[in-house]
Each structure stands twice: as structure tokens, then as C-alpha cells.
Design a binder for this molecule. Structure first.
Ligand code: URA
Length: 226
């Protein structure tokens, strides 16, 4: 994996004509961490927003800290709150299956969320909660340095790119954000509620999108390894 990353360092930056995404703010983080271990240690005692008073665990990360693909979700649910790991409930199981269908696993991806503490009743995090958590996320992006970022669902898209369009409009569209390839995809929870596999269904579109992600991943590797 570390060899792949050094190859990726030479990857061309995305230049998509279609992209309408604008950075929500500068990538320059408010706090700089030396490494992900320190970031995680500090996040685990975070008191920057009211979610600190209801959480069981702070949910920072899962997967490889050297991954070329980062997946960003909305926020922890009950299983994640209990275990301290992102995407380990039903949505996480489905996400893992989707990734496995194109031979991607924990070695190739790094998984995290817009907020690191569970919002009560699994409600959508408020803008204030997302803003309080954002310095951690920006640092995770800087330190992992993924070439591809997948944003699962509208909250993740809004939190990173500021794009407020509905997810059905923009899923599958490559965007350029801070020199990285970014693709909004459906949230796995949405797929759990929409089980049809018919052509044009959310599940069939997800299959299309994950194949495009794998192709981009291989293209970036291929270009650089000659
Ligand atoms: N949904 C998310 O967005 N993130 C998780 O970690 C789990 C469920």
C-alpha cells in the first residue's frame, strides 16, 4: 500500500468541466496534528459541541491510514457509538459488501464521518456540530491524503463541498475538490430502504458508481506505474 501511495503522489489533478462544487472553506485546518494517532487521542476527549454529553464513544476512523480512497459518512449510529468504529451496523455491512464487489477492502479505504459523535435519535447533525468537528475531518484528509473521496449522502456532500443539490442529482458525478477526485454516492442506509435492483434503481446506480470508482482507482495506479 505504501508503494502505491508514493506512485499516487504523482497523480494528475482532476479537471472536470462538469463540476459545480466549490470548497466550503479553505482546506487550511484550524489545528494541525502531527499524525492520526494524536488526532484520534485528542478527538476522544473532545468537548467542542453538545454531542459530547450524549455519546458513548468518539468514532474516528476505520480502514487504512495510507488508503488512496477515503469514504466520508454522516455520523455514527447506535452500533458505531457502542463500538467506537464507523460504519459497523447494517449500513456498514452493506458498504463493505459494495466495496468487496469491486475487490476493495480495509486495505484500500479509510472510513470516517462528518461528525464523530452520535447525534441523539440518529438525527442529521446540525451545522454547528458539523462545523465544530470539521477541523478534525480536514486534518484526517490532509494526513491520509486520499486521491479519491467518496461522500455518502447529502450531509457528507454539504459538509465537504458546500453543494446543496440533492444526492439523486449529483451521485456518480466526479468533482474536483482541493486537488482530489470526489464523488457523491448514495448513503447505504438509503439503499437499505430501496431494495429494488431494477435498472435505474438506487442499487443499480450504486453498482454503476462503485465500478466507476474502481476504474478511476485503477486508472490512477495504472498511469503512474507505467
Ligand atoms: N451512517 C453513517 O453515516 N456513518 C456511520 O458511521 C454509520 C452509519
Amino acid at each position: 500500500m505504501s508503494e502505491q501511495i508514493s506512485l499516487f503522489d504523482l497523480a494528475p489533478e482532476p479537471q472536470t468541466k462538469k463540476s459545480r462544487a466549490k470548497p466550503a472553506e479553505s482546506i487550511v485546518p484550524h489545528v494541525v496534528y502531527e499524525d492520526l494517532g494524536r488526532l484520534s487521542a485528542e478527538a476522544k476527549s473532545c468537548q467542542k459541541c453538545p454531542l459530547a454529553s450524549t455519546r458513548l464513544n468518539v468514532v474516528v476512523e476505520r480502514g487504512s491510514r495510507n488508503a488512496a480512497i477515503m469514504i466520508i459518512g454522516e455520523g455514527p449510529g447506535q452500533n458505531e457509538d457502542e463500538t467506537g468504529l464507523p460504519f459497523v451496523g447494517r449500513s456498514g455491512e452493506l458498504l463493505d459488501k459494495i466495496l468487496a464487489s469491486v475487490q476493495l477492502g480495509e486495505q484500500e479505504v479509510y472510513i470516517c464521518n462528518i461528525v464523530k459523535c452520535r447525534p441523539p435519535e440518529n438525527r442529521v447533525p446540525t451545522e454547528q456540530e458539523a462545523a465544530a468537528c470539521k477541523p478534525y475531518l480536514l486534518e484526517q484528509i490532509r494526513l491520509v491524503d486520499p486521491k479519491i473521496i467518496l461522500l455518502t449522502g447529502a450531509t457528507a456532500v454539504r459538509g465537504i463541498t458546500g453543494d446543496k443539490r440533492g444526492i439523486t442529482k449529483i451521485r456518480g458525478e466526479w468533482m474536483s475538490w482541493e486537488g482530489r477526485w470526489v464523488m457523491p454516492i448514495f448513503h447505504p442506509a438509503y439503499l437499505l430502504r430501496n431494495q429494488s435492483r431494477a435498472e435505474g434503481s438506487p442499487k443499480s446506480l450504486m453498482w454503476q458508481d462503485i465500478k466507476a470508482v474502481k476504474a478511476k482507482y485503477e486508472e490512477l495506479l495504472g498511469i503512474l506505474s507505467g
